[in-house]
Design a protein around this ligand. Structure first.
Ligand code: NAP
Length: 292
């Protein structure tokens, strides 16, 4: 479908991405509209960088709830919007646009989606303790850092294959006084026995079952209560998760986060609180079952 086609249809919510055809978001939001008893429609539209401004402008039409934004537009979309939420501003990326009476607000539901999934996994946001390690330094890592620093209020170490990118992420993080500490770190300099949560926000392991962003020698130093969370959800069990489980630790993939970020976007658009199971069910239908 093209941007021109979209403007001719009575659609209420969109995904703008390039490519867009592989997305599972239409399955999730169509199920949510059905569950909420709303006659809304959601369409994934391939939007190139040169089409982005026109596509975003088209969201100001009456009846349009907003859009999800995915690669490669999550940062480029910022100057096209009227306002940003604090999370979107700190992360520097938007995955959800909310339309109200001609005004467009940029939101990032990846960070609260990650928090919601961590809660579902039994993490007590007020009792986590210790320090958090974020692996990666791209957009997903910025959302993970926001979750760790601002929502869980713990010290965060950022470790990345290319160390300079981790240093750049830390240097560009907005003023956070008097919040916890954010540091870029070499993997060997992380205080592993103090780590309670490892978040893989790198693409290591994505469709690559033998690839891991963390040597098992470091996993072996984690305390028994640590959780290893992999934002990657394909394959359902990554090598990182398998290594963590062999070491006797809890591990989870990012499927729950994917469902939770969609749920939060849907609530922002419609004010309807659809259970996360509706979104997970749609994902599992679309992906022939991805267990935790
Ligand atoms: P990105 O901006 O392209 O960043 C990729 C990061 O992965 C970079 O830090 C890169 O390191 C690192 N990396 C890539 N291959 C690696 C390898 N073999 N070993 C170690 N590090 C490696 O991507 P992104 O948008 O942040 O997304 C990262 C991952 O998060 C993707 O797998 C994405 O699917 C996942 N994600 C999941 C959800 C969810 O809802 N579950 C949401 C968002 C993203 P360099 O800097 O050295 O290149």
């Amino acid at each position: 479908m093209t941007v021109q086609d979209a403007s001719a249809l009575p659609l209420q919510a969109f995904l703008f991405a390039d490519p867009a055809a592989h997305s599972l978001s239409p399955l999730m939001h169509t199920a949510a509209f059905r569950h909420a008893g709303l006659s809304g429609q959601y369409a994934a539209i391939r939007v190139s960088s040169t089409e982005l401004a026109a596509a975003v402008h088209g969201l100001r039409r009456p009846g349009v709830l907003g859009a999800n934004i995915s690669l490669p537009h999550k940062q480029a979309v910022l100057p096209l919007l009227d306002d940003l939420t604090p999370a979107a501003r700190a992360i520097g990326a938007v995955n959800t646009i909310i339309h109200r009476e001609g005004q467009l607000t940029g939101e990032n539901t990846d960070a609260p989606g990650l928090l919601a999934d961590l809660r579902d996994l039994g993490v007590n946001p007020h009792g986590l303790g210790g320090v958090i390690v974020v692996l990666g330094a791209g957009g997903a890592a910025r959302a993970a850092v926001y979750t760790g620093l601002n929502l869980l209020e713990q010290d965060v170490y950022v470790v990345n294959r290319t160390p300079q990118r981790a240093q750049d992420l830390v240097a560009s993080w907005p003023d956070r006084n008097p919040a916890p500490q954010l540091r870029a770190s070499a993997v060997a300099e992380v205080p592993w026995p103090d780590v309670t949560l490892v978040i893989n926000a790198s693409s290591a392991g994505l469709d690559a079952p033998d690839q891991t962003p963390l040597d098992p020698a470091f996993i072996a130093q984690l305390p028994r209560q640590a959780l290893v969370y992999d934002m990657v959800y394909s394959p359902a069990q990554t090598r990182l998760m398998a290594d963590a489980r062999v070491a006797g630790l809890a591990a989870a993939n990012g499927l729950g986060m994917l469902a939770q970020q969609a749920r939060l976007a849907f609530t922002a658009w419609t004010q309807c609180d659809v259970p996360v199971e509706v979104f997970r069910g749609a994902l599992e239908e679309g992906r022939t079952g991805i267990p935790r």
